[in-house]
Design a protein around this ligand. Structure first.
Ligand code: AMP
Ligand code: ZN
Length: 118
């Protein structure tokens, strides 16, 4: 595995150099508590491998993307969200609201959400 990028906060979290509250981990992803939660459940599914964002994904990353969704589904189920539902979000770029340039999927749940998100 490559050394953590000192300029990437999520690479450092993956490496354990910055602490996080971890909900799930496997060989491809970690799932951590968001520092600034926007819902009763707000977790981040973060690939161990550095990918800058959704725009950098292509067909060769299909397995990783499915793995991220499956991990989110498993953690959502463990948190009792399957019946009530939840939201999976990937923000891309400035207008998408992306603030950390390491791919991550938000898992939000525990309250009614609305559309469009604003
Ligand atoms: P985004 O705006 O989609 O790039 O999401 C970045 C998310 O990372 C935000 O919801 C932040 O609250 C969250 N965040 C930033 N730094 C940390 C950290 N050290 N630990 C956990 N979550 C973080
Ligand atoms: Zn990174």
């Amino acid at each position: 595995m490559s050394a953590p990028d000192p300029n990437c906060i999520f690479c450092q979290i993956v490496a354990g150099a910055i602490p996080s509250e971890q909900a799930y981990a496997d060989d491809q992803v970690i799932v951590i508590q968001d520092l600034n939660p926007q819902a009763p459940v707000h977790l981040l599914v973060i690939p161990r491998r550095h990918v800058s964002g959704a725009a950098d994904l292509d067909a060769t990353d299909a397995a990783l993307v499915v793995h991220m969704v499956a991990a989110a589904n498993a953690v959502a189920a463990a948190r009792g969200l399957t019946a009530s539902g939840y939201r999976l979000v990937i923000n891309q770029g400035t207008h998408g609201g992306q603030t950390v340039s390491h791919l991550h999927m938000h898992l939000l749940g525990g309250r009614q959400m609305h559309w469009p998100p604003g």
